[in-house]
Design a protein around this ligand. Structure first.
Ligand code: ZN
Length: 241
């Protein structure tokens, strides 16, 4: 398999059947199986300082014009999200609000901050609709090469949704139509270094479900291992008794 020497994309999907692309080494799974850290070519990956537990600030933007990412394994062709919005009668404002809410879910759980930016060139995570639709939703994670065996710094992540699949806002019990926010929470999880622990039970599980909308215990443990506990949750803890 040809691979870009600088970065590698992780094949990440969110569907009833997920197929990992070769090149992803065995991931680290927690002892109770509730979370799994993404492992790319033998290395865990995270934003910010490479020390496990160190916090990070990550900028995200929506793709504003068709763009190709040579070397990306997923989301190679991204187009603006209005391709999805127009097909499903979802307003841009709603899409942006759902996306912001999805980022806040992780922000509330760990010491990671997400900042929306308009300039795609300044963004760390880019979000768009697929220019070549396939599957439901994917993430692509690229990391900086390093000379030692430590954790690698994520350099850029792409998140893409298939505009030709049905989408909805909110749960309604029909698991054939995915909720945009829940799907984005899952894909953002990949974009910050988490893998699938298994088929079900966590937001990071690979099977879509509407049994819960919040992060589950394994999701918390995974993201907190990578970025530490959220400053907000620590403040909340200290004021409660
Ligand atoms: Zn996934």
């Amino acid at each position: 398999m040809t691979r870009n020497a600088v970065s590698v994309g992780a094949a990440m999907c969110f569907a009833f059947i997920c197929i990992f692309v070769a090149g992803i080494a065995a991931a680290s799974i927690s002892s109770d199986g509730s979370f799994r850290l993404l492992k790319l070519d033998g290395h865990h990956v995270k934003w910010g300082d490479s020390a496990l537990g160190a916090g990070a600030t990550v900028r995200y933007a929506f793709i504003d014009a068709p763009r190709r990412f040579d070397g990306a394994r997923n989301c190679q062709d991204l187009v603006p999200m209005d391709h999805l919005a127009l097909r499903h009668g979802i307003s841009q404002a709603t899409l942006q609000a759902e996306t912001a809410a999805a980022f806040r879910v992780w922000e509330a759980a760990a010491n990671i901050t997400f900042v929306p930016v308009d300039d795609v060139e300044r963004a760390d995570i880019l979000i768009g609709a697929q220019g070549r639709p396939t599957g439901r939703a994917f993430a692509n994670v690229e990391y900086q090469p390093g000379s030692n065996d430590g954790v690698r710094a994520i350099e850029r992540a792409l998140i893409c949704l298939n505009p030709y699949q049905p989408w909805k806002v909110g749960f309604d019990g029909d698991i054939g139509v995915y909720d945009i926010r829940y799907t984005l929470v899952h894909e953002i999880g990949h974009a910050i270094g988490l893998d699938h622990p298994g088929p079900s039970g966590q937001v990071m599980s690979f099977r879509y479900s509407e049994k819960f909308s919040d992060l589950q215990p394994g999701d918390y443990r995974g993201v907190q291992l990578l970025y530490g506990v959220s400053m907000n949750s620590m403040a909340a803890d200290s004021t409660s008794d």
